[in-house]
Design a protein around this ligand. Structure first.
Ligand SMILES: [Zn+2]
Ligand SMILES: [Zn+2]
Length: 895
């Protein structure tokens, strides 16, 4: 089939053109159309046999929708090793074609005995049967009653499937005649045999539980192929067909059992089985086996987080790349009989599931978040929905102060849901529907990508039992504040890439304010560290240095780099409903203080860019999709990456982030057998904790936090992102040889001063402020350090400026001019050179920060400050716009 946009339009026009003919009354037009269909079928059938008839099923007109008609086959999903992971199935599409030689004779006979006992003799219609029901027909004038042969049922199921509901009496009679006519015609066609008709029939009948055909039903009810069913089991399936809900062996085993006995009895009566086989089959109880298979099937039918994410990606791609409507995309995906090649590495996914599913991994204080929603009907039949928030308000009114829907155990949560339900009932509501979900907290998310291809290898969208398909996926849907993981991508990457800063550049850690006057907070409480290199600032996740760095390159440049890293959740001048203008183009961007937060897998892709030498690759969940005929619909196998950073920049950032893992804030993730680079992230108040990092093999990002945004005060909870990262990445790299990150040829080293960032002088060598650093060749400093180091340090004995040789050195502002006598020059004499200009500090803007554990870092800014900053920016932007407009107006020529 042709699924391109043009193909669909062509098909749609064909359907429009055909429909009037089919909806004609019993005129020549109708027969003519049907004859055309059959002649076509027969001509093709001479070559292709029954395959043609399947073609009729596929091309049959469909008046319920003008969209491309689903071909009605489930789609198969394969993992990166080519093993089937899952099937995507829509209603009426779980059909697995099985040829007649693979369907046991007992099964064939069971259907014939039950549905059409003269099937092997009649010519398409059953005259005897019709005569028998003539009385009904004559007395009621309803010809839809009475015998319908297997051939007729096949015609009805395939050609008239969508016309069956809501027909008038006349239409029913018309259809019945059409059926009989077509049944006779069909049986007369050369090449069409009783066997081929039965084969098609057994592959098209509805057998309940979203199955079509005996093979799908055999798998659904017995977990085996139709060819392996015994007589007893075949009779169960034959018993379903006349009413798939009433005789369903899962929901109504008793009804099915009664019906099964009739099937077996008819088979005995018609001579298909003997007394002994009849007795054996009757003695068998297949229903317990069915329940067992059912339990497994229901568990397996919930898609994983990976499949959920893949489904979403395919739905988007079908619409964006192939021009489908959403309905067409859905039909194609779930019933187009596609072959989908996922990027999932099932070994890695299983490892992640096993690790994150282990309760031992989590801190002791796991809590349970209750989400309970009820639909109730009051005495006057008014329907009302009660949300989880309404329940929360109820319990707060009951005096539960600080109630946040969190419980120490699932049982406690369930008990409160019951209390609330009783309360609603006491208010006169009868409960129509309820949904309850109880999820362990804090929650986690994880993504793993191969940075060299963009292939997503595994995702974990949360911990705890997954209750349904397409539930909240914290790895690909949820947006959370990225905290300090953003420093590298928003500030340092662009600063190094543009050559404005280097790893050896020195910035002073000192009191520092945003442009609006609010101070930037550090995560550590022990004052300020004075001049530090950017390498050290990355290692220690220093806030003030990151903001200074972003300010140096401008927030606009940082923002542009973030867009190149593939973030889709950032905003620039987004107007909220109340008129507030939000923009992420502001200084707090350096610390991840953004409007909406980021998605785990997008943050992961940004880090993967650094891991893969500056090449951004869109994270993808599948490589290729083939249609039902094996044609390629979409091929992502080798999508080109985009160089968004210089190779040298990526390598320098990697080098700095190796320090994070060997001696900085991320040391606890280091499992020792691989080169690791990465960055911690923690937001103000510990609402979100992150670790984004990579080895030469894989990039992995982990997040932990409460779904209801509760703060994590517990130290073990604050470490959770790092705990999960290591727990997954360590076993994942078992047996993989240790590799180096690839060092580009334009990287060189220079010995520089760590107080000025200039080439080291003899003074630096003497006092130990010289160190070796990596540079891109065109960014090596050209000036040498004069020996004058900029400090905010004083000698506590004299109150004068102090250098590192003074044993009484403390942070502070010199009150007395000149160097203290303990400050020596390179020759060991008291320093007499000019005291560097120091920032004059007034006591009211010296801020001592609280909070932050030794390995934590607080990256985000408080919302009030964000709002103030953004309001200020909006005002500035508006003023600039007004000024520009005024300038334009002034420049405009007079009329
Ligand atoms: Zn120096
Ligand atoms: Zn001194």
């Amino acid at each position: 089939m042709n699924y391109s946009r043009r193909g669909i339009e062509k098909k749609r026009n064909e359907l429009h053109a055909k429909m009037p003919k089919f909806t004609n009354a019993l005129g020549a037009g109708f027969y003519k159309a049907m004859i055309i269909v059959f002649v076509t079928a027969v001509l093709a059938g001479a070559f292709a046999g029954v395959g043609v008839f399947r073609g009729i099923l596929v091309t049959a007109p469909d008046i319920s929708t003008i969209d491309v008609r689903p071909t009605g086959y489930s789609s198969a999903v394969y993992d990166s090793d080519g093993n089937q992971m899952t099937k995507l199935v829509a209603t009426n599409s779980n059909r697995i074609y099985q040829t007649i030689d693979k369907i046991p004779l007992d099964m064939q006979h069971a259907f014939v005995a039950m549905e059409d006992e003269r099937f092997y003799e009649h010519n398409g219609i059953d005259i005897k049967g019709i005569a028998r029901s003539a009385y009904i027909v004559l007395s009621t004038r309803d010809m839809s009653q009475g015998a319908s042969t297997i051939t007729q049922q096949l015609i009805k199921n395939s050609v008239f499937e969508k016309w069956a509901s809501g027909e008038s009496k006349f239409e029913k009679i018309k259809r019945k005649i059409q059926e009989q006519y077509l049944a006779i015609q069909l049986e007369r066609q050369p090449g069409v045999t009783k066997e081929s008709i039965l084969e098609l029939y057994l592959n098209t009948i509805n057998l309940g539980q979203n199955t079509l055909g005996v093979q799908a039903a055999a798998l659904r009810y017995f977990g085996k192929n139709a060819s392996d069913l015994n007589l007893s089991e075949a009779a169960v399936i034959a018993a379903i067909t006349s009413n798939p809900s009433r005789y369903n062996p899962i929901s109504h085993p008793d009804n099915n059992a009664t019906r099964r006995a009739i099937v077996l009895e008819k088979m005995l009566d018609q001579g298909y089985i003997n007394d002994q086989t009849y007795a054996e089959a009757m003695a068998d109880d297949p229903y317990e086996r069915i329940q067992k298979v059912n339990q497994q099937t229901e568990e397996n039918s919930i898609n994983t987080y990976f499949v959920d994410a893949m489904v979403q990606e395919i739905m988007d791609d079908f619409q964006e790349k192939l021009g489908y409507s959403e309905t067409q995309a859905y039909n194609m995906l779930y019933s187009g009989g596609l072959q989908i090649f996922a990027t999932q590495d099932t070994k890695i996914q299983n490892l992640c599931d096993k690790v994150t599913g282990d309760p031992e991994l989590y801190p002791d204080k796991t809590e349970y978040l209750l989400d309970y929603r009820v639909t109730g009907v009051d005495k006057d039949d008014n329907v009302q929905n009660f949300s989880a928030q309404m329940m929360e308000m109820y319990f707060k009114d009951q005096g539960k102060n600080g109630y946040d829907r969190l419980y120490p155990s699932e049982e406690d949560a369930r008990a409160d849901a019951e209390v609330y339900k009783k309360y609603l009932e006491s208010q006169g509501y009868s409960i129509e529907a309820e949904t309850i979900s109880i999820t362990p907290q804090p929650q986690i998310s994880l993504s793993i990508m191969d940075q060299h291809t963009g292939y997503m290898k595994a995702v974990v969208g949360g911990r705890g039992k997954k209750e349904a398909s397409l539930t909240l996926n914290r790895a690909t849907d949820t947006k959370r504040q990225p905290g300090s993981t953003f420093k590298v991508v928003s500030a340092y990457a662009p600063a190094f890439d543009t050559g404005v800063r280097t790893l050896g550049s020195v910035e002073v850690d000192e009191p520092y304010n945003y442009a609006n006057g609010r101070p930037v907070s550090n995560w550590y409480s022990s004052g300020y560290k004075g001049p530090v290199t950017l390498r050290y600032a990355i290692e220690q996740s220093m806030n003030i240095i990151a903001v200074k760095t972003l300010t140096a390159i401008t927030p606009r440049v940082g923002y542009e780099y973030l867009l190149n890293f593939g973030f889709t959740t950032l905003v620039d001048n987004e107007v909220l409903s109340d008129g507030t203008v939000m923009s992420d183009v502001q200084q707090a961007l350096a610390l991840g203080g953004i409007t909406h937060g980021v998605k785990n897998y997008e943050l992961n892709a940004a880090y993967a860019t650094i891991a893969d030498q500056g090449v951004y690759r869109e994270p993808i969940f599948y490589t290729k999709i083939l249609d039902h005929d094996g044609n390629v619909l979409i091929d992502n196998t080798a999508l080109p990456g985009k160089q968004v950073l210089k190779e040298s920049t990526a390598w320098l950032l990697t080098s700095a982030m190796e320090d994070v893992v060997t001696k900085g804030t991320g040391a606890s993730v280091n499992f020792g057998t691989q080169k690791i680079a990465g960055k911690t992230g923690t937001t103000t108040g510990e609402n979100d904790v992150w670790f984004a990092g990579y080895t030469p093999y894989y990039t992995c990002t982990t997040w932990a936090g409460y779904d209801n945004n509760k703060k994590m005060y517990d130290k073990a909870q604050q470490r959770l992102a790092r705990t999960v990262w290591r727990a997954v990445m360590e076993p994942l790299h078992e047996g993989l040889p240790e590799k180096d990150f690839v060092k580009p040829s334009d990287i060189t080293t220079a010995v520089v001063c760590n107080k000025t960032g200039l080439l080291a002088s003899s003074y630096d060598q003497a006092v130990g402020t010289a160190h070796s650093e990596f540079y891109r060749v065109d960014t090596v400093p050209s000036q040498s350090c004069s020996g004058i180091h900029t400090y905010n340090y004083i000698c506590s004995l004299t109150g004068q400026a102090a250098s590192e040789t003074c044993p009484f050195r403390v942070a502070g502002t010199p009150a007395i001019p000149g160097w203290c006598p303990h400050s020596l020059d390179a020759a060991g004499n008291p320093r007499t050179d000019a005291v560097p200009t120091v920032n004059t500090l007034s006591s009211n803007n010296v801020v001592t920060m609280g909070g932050g554990e030794e390995n934590g870092d607080i990256g985000a800014v408080d919302p009030a400050m964000m709002a103030a900053l953004q309001a200020q920016q909006a005002a500035a932007a508006a003023a600039a716009q007004a000024a520009a407009a005024a300038a334009q107006a002034a420049a405009a020529p007079a009329p």
